[in-house]
Write a protein of this length. Structure first.
Length: 233
């Protein structure tokens, strides 16, 4: 189970949800889709419930029947996005935990991480959360804990394990995790926090591969790094 926020109070969300009228479920999905589009486009302050209703193709009253006010709708919209990010994070964490050969497997992990962050809705969501963090600090904190920090924790655990088995030489797993994450995403992560941009797929793959290669050289065990001809493939 995960903990989410609706309205002004924290509630417990479980896998078992009370049955909802299918018409309400459809309306809720339409509203949240529209709200995500509007909030990501113009931000929380400029967004209006009227505008979201028009985008969703529903009456404004329908939104207020489901959400007390714009703030409650914003929280529900962001929590749904966090749940989506959480699903990807869980799958990536599972992949990270199964790594046994860093030279062979870390390039795939790096490419998955870069693709998810740089080419999907992650950067727009991050820009929105940063912009609204004073008003909704709990949402920004929940996103950080369940998405980027969860990935860093999994990477740190992996690098500590690979160091114990002699596959890598890592003195500080947390720092190594940060090095890996930011090497594979590169400056495009920073650029994307300022302006919306489309990262070309070929560029992303090449930069990610170069970042993983640099990481493997930096953290190679002494005996392996001295071996003539050793390269990260």
């Amino acid at each position: 189970m995960t903990t989410g926020r609706r309205g002004q109070g924290w509630v417990r969300r479980s896998a078992t949800i009370e049955a909802e009228d299918p018409r309400v479920t459809r309306s809720r999905a339409l509203i949240l889709d529209a709200a995500a589009t509007v909030f990501l486009s113009v931000g929380y302050t400029a967004a209006t419930v009227e505008g979201i209703a028009v985008t969703a193709g529903v009456a404004k009253r329908t939104i207020y029947n489901l959400y007390a006010d714009k703030a409650a709708l914003f929280r529900a919209t962001i929590l749904r996005s966090i749940d989506t990010a959480d699903d990807f994070t869980s799958s990536l964490v599972d992949a990270v935990r199964s790594v046994v050969d860093p030279v062979a497997e870390l390039p795939q992990i790096g490419a998955r991480l870069a693709e998810a962050v740089l080419t999907r809705s992650v950067l727009p969501l991050r820009r929105l959360l940063v912009m609204e963090s004073r008003t909704f600090p709990e949402l920004a904190a929940e996103y950080r804990d369940r998405a980027p920090e969860a990935v860093l924790r999994a990477l740190a655990d992996l690098f500590a394990s690979l160091s114990r088995t002699g596959h890598l030489s890592v003195s500080d797993p947390q720092v190594a995790a940060e090095h890996f994450a930011f090497l594979v995403m590169g400056a495009d992560l920073d650029r994307g926090m300022f302006v919306a941009q489309q990262v070309e797929a070929g560029r992303m793959v090449a930069r990610s591969a170069a970042g993983v290669a640099a990481f493997l050289r930096a953290y190679a065990p002494p005996d392996r790094s001295r071996r003539i001809g050793w390269t990260a493939r």
